[in-house]
Design a protein around this ligand. Sequence first.
Ligand code: AG3
Length: 278
Amino acid sequence: MDIWFTEKQTPNVGITCKINNTLIVEQTPYQHLAIIDTEQFGRMLVLDGMVQTTIVDEFVYHEMIALVGLNTHPNPRRVLIIGGGDGGTLREVVKHPKVEKATMVEIDARVVEASKLYLPEISSALHGNPRAEVLIEDGIRYVKENKNTFDMIIVDSTEPVGPAVGLFSAEFYQSIFEALKDDGLFVAQTESPFFNADLIRRVYRDIAGIYPIAKLFLAYVPTYPSGMWSFTMGSKKYDPEAIVEENCPDLKSRYYTPAVHKAAFKLPQFVQNLLKTD
Ligand code: AG3
């Protein structure tokens, strides 16, 4: 008998995958957690019924959330990741030769433990990398307590429901501003332009109200709602579109290239319209 998993991405549309095996299913203190082995996408991390990452397409999201910002900053020595318990973003961050220390602050220890056990390709940097520090803590509190510390901050959150609601607030973007050094920048995952237009509009307006440079960029993640995914950068000084391609280190990436970096900021008209502030 075939067994299928469905994420209802909206009340009217879903993604359905055939499952070979279920590796873990549990309720953590923060959310419902599952890791399942799908036929098409390999192992898949699901939180509160929503696909977070899969072996087959994780590289797109993790490279783009990390490498665009890292190559925009000329000297990204201290990097903070909020969330990202599967370790994929941390793995990309510690690839960058200029990063001296990367701190990941994840609220749910069970996501880290389950990813270490069942998602070894994604979680490699969680197994004691000398440049990586992993803390199980509330990211909102951590950001408030560490002012003027980081060159780059990455918000690798779940959807704006449950434990992640506060990670999409103007107040949080202001705390991030204060946790960054004078020339720091941050990148947050900001959902699908097709299904989350209102959220993107509000988040962009909030970030543009705080940071001198606010820019949205896109990548294509087959297992996420609509496939088209957005990230928003707030930067105090460096313009992500001004990178010099020749100066970017070769990061052995599979999606990211300096040309893709630049192209990711070229937005379809309907996405540009979401960012108009009038
Ligand atoms: N965080 C963003 C996933 C959002 C997906 N949404 C959904 N399936 N409805 C991914 C974390 C990966 N480190």
